[in-house]
Write a protein that binds this ligand. Structure first.
Ligand code: CA
Length: 628
């Protein structure tokens, strides 16, 4: 903590002229201070106070006073006497002769229903009991197993047995916690949970679904996931209760953040405060659309860069968030991503999508693309090279799988010229690579397998599913699983399910009983990974030193890890063989005997027998893991 304080002080010295109005509303029982930062040519700023979060009459209007800042911006402020707790506010800014629409500002920390007005709250009222004792679990990046989930998918179906369906509070319920612990994941990555625009919080009975990649208020939890969106305190308190419940059992909480674009331009709080200051434009004056969502923010500008830094720091300080997943990180510039890394404590895990959805109005070589990860140490990116074509039994993907196994670092036995997309190693350290075969975006694993192998039987589907996750969970990268894969989830073939109904997106918890082998295998594999540091060494040099590949055969990737000298590793020689062929194959290993811990879709450290070494047979479409 101390280090981060010093770092913040240093940063404050480096950027002396950057005014940040992180507290646009500061409440005390005696009075409330309001301030808003605008462009230098703003003519006036009005504050309006309301009794309600939506509709109803203005109860007071206040004209703010301006003070010119060294960076040219104007800081407008006003103090309103009396206890305003429970009231709501908006700002309106006048540029030229025109008043812009009302906005809660860019730094609202509490809002009314649908996020249109700021709410005056005492943040200490939102802390659950014992919140001051809540601590982020200490888990090194190489020890993480991440579980990506959407609040509604996870709990909405009756089969979940959870009470708070589609709510933050579902993750506080014992059956939910129990499930995560049984599976063995130690980080929950929650899809956008800041206040987003696409679901009408005043009509939740319509059961409208959205992933939530349409930001409205970046620093407030989404109202639709609270039990009472009209009560500004509810969403904040319930979000904290969720974090607290997960932290109590040693599970980290990762927030999916979407600073690369806003829901729209005209209605965005950025635009209603500082027109065009936060967005990139093309040479012809039109807005650039690198996000594919109609606009893209300009992280390279000091105002946006500082906004992002302060915003993630706020989530860490106020909500005890453990990590961030940056949506379309390739829209942000490298310098900003590195500044964010520097500004956050070391144990905060940062990763992102190393791509954009369209071309950006900024030089590509300066953007946070996957190919530039070596310039962003301490930040990870999703590996899109390891998608499961290998599983369909198609030859030619072996080197891509090998790249995934080593965590996209340079390794003498990986021929990058044959890797799917990346023609060179893109990570300095294996923890810079997120290893996965499915995420919320695109098809889930079951649907992808069905699409790649027409007429696939359930047995084959399960075999390949387990084989795919074995590649994920024996990778030196950071493993990442989409929620519900352990239940053999299907989205009925829908790949872009961002607004599909619950019938498509929900988890069917009966899948656990229907396919107990799948859950058991995932559990066994994750438990084995946790117990054996050989599978997550964390450092590129160690991986190069201890991990070597056996000769590649068609649709077979086999490797050996020498466990000797790896701290806390109890196994000596570990062999992992991934066989995607429809027939058994044979590999050559030194004479054993070896204990088998994974074979034919069963993964357990006990009772799977032994192999003698020499020629070892690996059953079709499955993984074999053994050790001595
Ligand atoms: Ca919302």
């Amino acid at each position: 903590m101390r280090k981060s304080v010093i770092l913040s002080l240093l940063l404050a010295l480096i950027i002396p002229f950057m005014a940040m109005a992180r507290d646009e509303m500061k409440y005390t029982p005696q009075g409330t201070h309001f301030e808003l930062l605008t462009l230098g040519n703003a003519k006036a700023v009005k504050l309006r106070l309301y009794d309600a979060g939506i509709a109803g009459k203005v109860i007071k209007t206040v004209n703010l006073k301006s003070a010119k800042q060294a960076d040219g911006y104007l800081l407008w402020s006003a103090d309103v006497k009396g206890d305003l707790k429970g009231k709501f506010y908006t700002f309106s800014v006048k540029y030229g002769g025109k008043w812009l629409a009302e906005t809660p500002g860019v730094w609202a920390k509490a809002v009314g229903v649908n996020g249109r007005r700021g709410a005056i709250v005492d943040m200490r009222d939102t802390d659950p009991g014992d919140w001051e004792r809540d601590r982020r679990p200490h888990i090194a990046p190489n020890d993480l197993v991440i579980y990506e989930m959407h609040h509604r998918d996870f709990s909405i179906d009756a089969s979940s047995g959870l009470e708070h369906k589609g709510k933050f509070l579902a993750l506080t319920e014992p059956p939910a916690i129990e499930h995560l612990l049984q599976l063995g994941v130690n980080a929950v990555h929650i899809l956008p949970s800041f206040d987003y625009a696409s679901v009408d919080e005043s009509h939740l009975e319509l059961n409208k679904y959205n992933w939530g990649y349409d930001p409205l208020n970046y620093n407030v939890p989404e109202g639709g996931y609270s039990t009472d969106p009209a009560n500004p305190n509810a969403r904040i308190r319930e979000f904290k209760e969720m974090v607290q419940a997960l932290h109590r059992v040693g599970i980290k909480v990762v927030l999916d953040v979407v600073y690369n674009h806003t829901f729209n331009i005209e209605g965005s709080n950025f635009q209603l405060t500082m027109p065009d200051e936060f967005f990139r434009k093309n040479a012809d004056g039109t807005y650039s659309n690198g996000s594919g969502c109609g606009n893209e923010t300009a992280s390279e500008r000091e105002v946006m860069r500082q906004y992002m830094i302060e915003s993630v720091k706020y989530w860490v300080d106020e909500y005890h968030i453990d990590g961030f997943r940056f949506d379309l990180m390739g829209v942000h510039d490298i310098e900003t991503m590195n500044a964010i890394r520097q500004a956050l404590p070391k144990d905060i895990f940062i990763y992102g999508e190393g791509w954009s959805a369209g071309s950006c109005a900024y030089p590509n070589e300066k953007l946070g693309m996957k190919a530039h990860m070596k310039q962003m140490p301490g930040i990870a990116a999703f590996s899109d090279d390891t998608k499961p074509a290998f599983l369909a039994g198609l030859p030619g993907y072996e080197e891509s799988i090998k790249m995934g196994i080593v965590g996209a670092i340079s390794h003498p036995q990986v021929d990058y010229s044959k890797v799917n997309y990346s023609k060179e190693p893109w990570c300095l350290q294996p923890t810079q690579m997120i290893s996965y075969v499915s995420c919320h975006d695109d098809m889930c694993l079951v649907d992808r397998l069905k699409a790649s192998i027409p007429g696939i039987t359930t047995d084959e589907l399960i075999r390949l599913d387990l084989l795919a996750q074995t590649a994920v969970l024996t990778s030196q990268g950071v493993p990442f699983i989409l929620s519900g894969e352990e239940m053999l989830r299907t989205k009925q073939g829908v790949h872009n399910s961002y607004e599909s109904p619950d019938e498509i997106n929900h988890l069917d918890w009966n899948g656990i009983e229907r396919h107990p082998q799948v859950m058991a295998y995932y559990q066994g594999l994750i438990a084995m990974r946790h117990r054996h540091p050989a599978f997550h060494m964390g450092l590129a040099d160690l991986v190069r030193q201890h991990l070597s590949f056996l000769p590649t055969q068609k649709c077979v990737v086999a490797f050996h890890i020498d466990g000797r000298g790896i701290k806390r590793e109890s196994w000596n020689d570990i062999y992992v063989v991934l066989n995607a062929n429809k027939k058994a194959v044979t590999i050559d290993v030194p004479q054993g005997p070896y204990a088998v811990v994974c074979r034919s879709g069963v993964c357990s450290e006990r009772g799977l027998g032994s192999v003698q070494g020499g020629k070892v047979t690996v059953p079709a479409q499955s993984a074999l893991i053994f050790h001595n």
